[in-house]
Design a protein around this ligand. Structure first.
Ligand SMILES: *Cc1c(COP(=O)(O)O)cnc(C)c1O
Length: 790
């Protein structure tokens, strides 16, 4: 554990040498830095020991452009089992641990689900003692900070590193050089400890920072060319400067390609260097020693890069290609057409000429393979990696790997039967499903200590936190009144805590008697926040028409960032904020409705929102949400899902039962059938109340400040706009059934006992959705690695 005296002494020493003061006089960020660093100091031995032990056998590497980590401090203390001790030690020197926690900025190096999945996976790998290292980018600025001004989203830079990062250790000596056609830069690794729960193992997240080979050009400086003297430094640092804020949309930008190649090339050089240290130049063992998982297509340039490195080591194309295919695996995260990553050949060749010619070699090999199998030339054209002067990264990934996986059962079936059916027919053995999961340490033990303690008191131990299927044993308590009462009291407590936080942050009060109905996720048309908005407005108008309407009071809570260039998504934020303004300021509905869009939704806000929810909104168009993981966080905190038959919702209902959740809307098969003839006007004109809420976009009910946002939204629904067919995401079609499901909730919620039972059954059946289960499957079915304990 932690040596108390050494801990306090180290913290004192650190504030002294770093800030020239005593702990007592330090500011909260200074205290946070010194205290965290003093804890890290006592972890180094186990950390190095883990690295050492892992290097003796096969290791897996998780390459991801995003890691949405959130805060580290409390998570690390909980996983180390020292939270209470540290809290006591700090109290003795008059430091409130909450003030330390609040001084930490989120490491928000990701957009949404994909980046958060990577973070949950790292937690599970460390907890299960699997030899897995994460590789990514040490972005100077993470996802932007969001505020609202007059209901419009405003973006500001996320300066998460401004007070330093006590958990990051710069490993100068392990820097490597990365080459582009027009520049060479230094990649410097920052290692972050990934502390497992109840284990000594500490895994590593290695994030690369781009720096200039030479900081400063003296000759230019002497010639009084001051800007030019540092230009090269800035150009190098630009590469890891900022995370691209697009979630599920591809943007073919040069800097983005440079980011991808930068971290991939650095990581592979690191991996190969390590391999050569133990195995020398014999690469025949490489794939037996190394597994590399590609998190979506962002790191897929790793495939030609490894091929290139191996060929430079004098391996033939054939041998090197065989090693690549046996080393890589690829996770597909989406079937949205706008997300399919493709690079323009010209742009790609200009920046990465060596990689481009390597991809051409691979594409030629594919042509040969398919021809020899008798594929007709039309079919081959459909499958070529390079087509229409573009490189299709998903095809490169599948051809260059041994396993491609989807992230939920439904999603994997769609990949096999539709999106990637050509590839599935060619390589059926390469396709697997790995349903996503979440770490119960952050999403229960940390974010809901009250419920965790309650479950520990029922279980008699805390081992279930790494064996989550054990929750199932609590289902027999579903009819025990005192158990359900205590459980719902905890929910009430979490609602009160959230309510206080929302009042403080957003200036809006919510009574805990209200149903807390929460939709928190990135803002995207397919996620259908607009459907939720239309329903709220419809409900408002119905109450206005019938003020005596018997209704359980409801607070609709939203949290979402929109990509800065996604005009329509920003229009939806403004629209919801307009609805919130109308409803929250109407005294006639004060006791029935509240609408709050919280600002800057992020991991730390999420930790307060999930435990306080009564209703989990998972209302994406069927077939569009690959898995979802927010849905699992709600479930684990005992919240029923109001959702479509999409992504992991399907499996949630399989586990917890139809009766304990609220499923509505068209299924994938139905939408496939009607999609070419769908006419939203029919629903607009015939569904009771629907025209009224859709027209509010253009009839002067709301003001979009002259931006044209609302008209554009209106047109996207009824006329089609940009590349969309009218109502591309079937909002109008699903509206009526959504409203029906919402009324079911209204009725069921008022049966307190029945509602508590539904919540309880959801919690008890959340075991499948631990990322520990997911990671065990990856380790066994894809990586072929075993636990290593120290
Ligand atoms: C879990 C999580 C997500 C993913 O939410 P979905 O509902 O699955 O899209 C996004 N952002 C944050 C901060 C999260 O914690």
């Amino acid at each position: 554990m932690i040596n108390k005296k050494r801990f306090i002494d180290t913290a004192e020493l650190l504030v002294k040498v770093n800030y020239g003061k005593t702990l007592a006089k330090a500011t909260p960020p200074e205290k946070y830095y010194a205290i965290s660093r003093a804890i890290l100091e006592q972890l180094i031995e186990n950390w190095s020991g883990t690295t050492e032990a892992y290097s003796l056998g096969k290791e897996a590497y998780y390459l991801s452009a995003e890691f949405l980590m959130g805060r580290a401090f409390s998570n690390n203390l909980i996983n180390l089992g020292i939270y209470n001790d540290i809290q006591d030690y700090l109290k003795e020197i008059n430091i409130d641990i909450n003030a330390i926690e609040e001084a930490e900025a989120d490491a928000a190096l990701g957009n949404g689900g994909l980046g958060r999945l990577a973070a949950c996976f790292l937690d599970s790998c460390a907890t299960l003692n699997f030899p897995v290292t994460g590789y990514g980018i040490y972005y100077n600025y993470g996802i932007f900070k969001q505020t609202f001004s007059d209901g419009f989203q405003i973006e500001e830079a996320d300066t998460w590193l401004k007070d330093g990062n006590p958990w990051g250790i710069r490993k100068e000596g392990e820097s490597v050089v990365v080459e582009f056609s027009d520049q060479r830069v230094r990649a410097v690794p920052y290692d972050l400890p990934i502390v497992g729960y109840e284990t000594k193992n500490i895994n590593t997240l290695r994030l690369w920072q781009a720096e200039a080979l030479e900081d400063f050009n003296y000759t230019l400086f002497n010639d009084q060319k001051y800007h030019e003297a540092v230009a090269e430094k800035n150009r190098a640092e630009d590469i890891s400067r900022v995370l691209y804020p697009n979630d599920s949309t591809e943007e073919g930008k040069i800097l983005r390609l440079k980011q991808q190649y930068f971290f991939v090339s650095a990581s592979l050089k690191d991996i190969v260097k390590k391999y050569k240290r133990t195995k020398g130049d014999d690469f025949s063992q490489f794939h037996l020693n190394t597994a590399i998982q590609l998190n979506d297509t962002h790191p897929v340039v790793a495939i030609p890069e490894l091929l290139r490195i191996l060929m430079e080591e004098d391996l033939s194309f054939k041998v090197a290609w065989g090693i690549c295919q046996k080393t890589f695996a690829y996770t597909n995260h989406t079937i949205l057409a706008e997300a399919l990553e493709q690079w323009d050949c010209g742009l790609f060749e200009r920046i990465l000429p060596r990689i481009y010619s390597t991809i051409k070699l691979i594409d030629k090999e594919l042509l040969k393979d398919l021809s020899s199998m008798g594929y007709p030339s039309e079919k081959i054209k459909d499958m070529q990696i390079i087509s229409n002067n573009r490189i299709r990264m998903a095809f490169l990934a599948i051809y260059g790997n041994h396993t491609t996986n989807g992230v939920a059962a439904l999603h994997t079936e769609i990949l096999k039967n539709q999106e990637l059916s050509n590839w599935y027919n060619l390589y059926p053995e390469r396709f697997q499903n790995k349903t996503n999961g979440i770490t119960p340490r952050r999403w229960l033990a940390l974010s809901n200590r009250e419920l965790t303690q309650f479950i520990i008191s029922l279980m008699g131990d805390s081992n279930w936190l790494k064996d989550l299927e054990r929750l199932k044993s609590l289902e027999t308590l579903k009819n025990h009144e005192d158990i359900l009462d205590a459980f719902m009291e905890i929910k009430e407590d979490k609602k009160r805590q959230l309510s206080e936080y929302i009042l403080q942050e957003e200036g809006i009060g919510i009574d805990t008697n209200f149903i807390f109905d929460i939709q928190i996720k990135r803002l995207h048309e397919y996620k259908r926040q607009l459907l939720n908005a239309f329903h709220i407005l419809d409900l408002y108008y119905r109450i206005k028409e019938n003020p005596k309407m018997d209704l359980a009071p409801r607070a609709f809570i939203f949290g979402a960032k929109a990509a800065p260039g996604y005009f329509r998504a920003k229009g939806i934020i403004k629209f919801i904020n307009e609805i919130a303004g109308l409803i929250n300021n109407d005294p006639e509905v004060q006791d029935k409705l509240r609408v709050v869009f919280v600002q800057n939704y992020r991991v730390t806000y999420a930790e307060k929102l999930f435990p306080a929810a009564d209703v989990s909104e998972q209302i994406s168009t069927a077939g569009k949400e690959a898995s979802g993981t927010g849905n699992m966080k709600f479930m684990l905190n005992g919240t029923p899902t109001l959702g479509t038959p999409d992504g992991a919702n399907v499996e949630i209902v399989e586990e917890a039962g139809e009766d304990n959740n609220f499923i509505f809307g068209a299924r994938v098969e139905e939408l496939d059938e009607i999609k070419d003839t769908y006419d939203p006007i029919y629903f607009y004109e015939n569904v009771q109340g629907l025209k009224r809420v859709v027209d509010s976009l253009i009839d002067g009910t709301f003001d979009d400040g002259g931006t044209g946002m609302f008209l554009e939204l209106y047109n996207s629904l009824l006329k089609g706009a940009s590349w969309h067919s009218p109502d591309h995401y079937f909002i109008l079609k699903d509206f009526d059934d959504y409203r029906r499901a919402q009324m079911d909730i209204d009725k069921d919620f008022r049966n307190k006992r029945g509602w508590a039972k539904k919540c309880w059954i959801n919690l008890c059946n959340a075991g499948k959705f631990s990322s520990d289960r997911t990671i065990r499957e990856y380790a066994r079915d894809i990586w072929n690695i075993r636990e290593v304990t120290i």
